[in-house]
Design a protein around this ligand. Sequence first.
Ligand code: FES
Length: 136
Amino acid sequence: MGLGEAQFEVILDHYRNPRNYGELGDASVKVKDSNPLCGDVVEVYLKINSDGVVEKASFRGHGCAISQASTSMLIEAIQGKKLDEIKALTKQHIFDMLGIEVGPVRVKCALLPLKAVKTAAYTYLGAKMEAEELEE
Ligand code: FES
């Protein structure tokens, strides 16, 4: 089995057995996003502590193998990460994480969770800032 094939197996396994799947009851923030081209959906849940660290992340969704596997892999990768690290995530991080050549048609699929996770981080920070301003 070549390297690419082995990595493809990893991706398929995430698709078939998604990690951290399901709603997080005590999430600090949840964000739903979809790919308008196909209607595939991911919803991400982040529980963030007072130090700005993701204590727990989970997701739900439906769609193609790449979008769902990419979400499962990204959600696993951000457990215990700081919001600053999530804000700094780039497309390249996702491509490196997937470890296979993603063709132009599949780029939107692969990046769906990146948008959802970053939106969740910014939504959380925005709400926190607003709450702090109200306290002053
Ligand atoms: Fe819909 Fe991949 S075909 S996200």
